[in-house]
Design a protein around this ligand. Structure first.
Ligand code: GRF
Length: 208
């Protein structure tokens, strides 16, 4: 399967996914990186590793960057099967959601539907979790619709919140589990082990 990864930041999930494809833990290839921040760590990793980069959306300062339809057309030209958001902060255009039904995933660093939505990103999420007194957090992987963090939940993993946790410490432990969970889920996706329950809930079948 051909994968496109979307990043705006450091790109540690992108890196772990790319490495998993290279060692064969994920039966797919990252064929293109999409970013709104060409200077971010994820884009640098792409340049260093020969992964082509698409700039989306257009930046305010330059005319570079794609429109939603150009993005869809280009991803189709690359033959992309699945889109993986990994710390990509811009909203996904409806054109893309429609062009790739049931094929776009996002990873969020808390247990949705709590601590999600616009404005809940990065360390803010973990600060809110710690401040709430919640005893558990952990990554959620969900399908992407045209809103922030509201698509169908596909997988979650529980990470305990410790009594003296700082947001930074919690973020580090959750991020570690994000890397593991995203690779496992994308491997299931590439092996076509996702099934949809009648009520629209996606499930992961274990290997026969
Ligand atoms: C992760 O915590 C992810 O859950 C969130 O953004 C962060 C991206 O981290 N959506 P990285 O760029 O993959 O290191």
């Amino acid at each position: 399967k051909k994968l496109a990864v979307f990043v705006s930041g450091g790109g540690s999930n992108f890196r772990s996914m790319h490495e998993a494809t290279l060692r064969g833990s994920v039966h797919g290839d990252v064929v293109v990186l999409v970013t709104d921040k060409p200077g971010c760590g994820g884009a640098q990793y792409a340049r260093d590793n020969g992964v082509p980069i698409i700039l989306y959306p257009k930046t305010k300062l330059s005319s570079e960057g794609f429109s939603p339809t150009e993005l869809v057309d280009t991803l189709k030209e690359f033959g992309v099967d699945y889109l993986l958001l990994a710390g990509y902060l811009k909203l996904i255009p409806v054109e893309l959601v429609q062009a790739y039904p049931k094929s776009i995933l996002n990873i969020h660093p808390a247990l949705l539907p709590a601590f999600g939505g616009k404005g809940f990103y990065g360390l803010k999420v973990h600060k809110a979790v710690v401040a709430s007194g919640a005893r558990y957090s952990g990554p959620t992987i969900h399908f992407v619709d045209e809103h922030y963090d509201t698509g169908r939940i596909l997988a979650q993993r529980v990470v305990p919140v410790l009594a003296d946790d700082t947001a930074e410490q919690l973020a580090g432990r959750v991020l570690h589990e994000e890397h593991n969970l995203y690779v496992e889920v994308v491997q299931a996706l590439c092996e076509e082990r996702i099934v949809w329950r009648e009520d629209g809930v996606p499930l992961i079948r274990s290997r026969e």
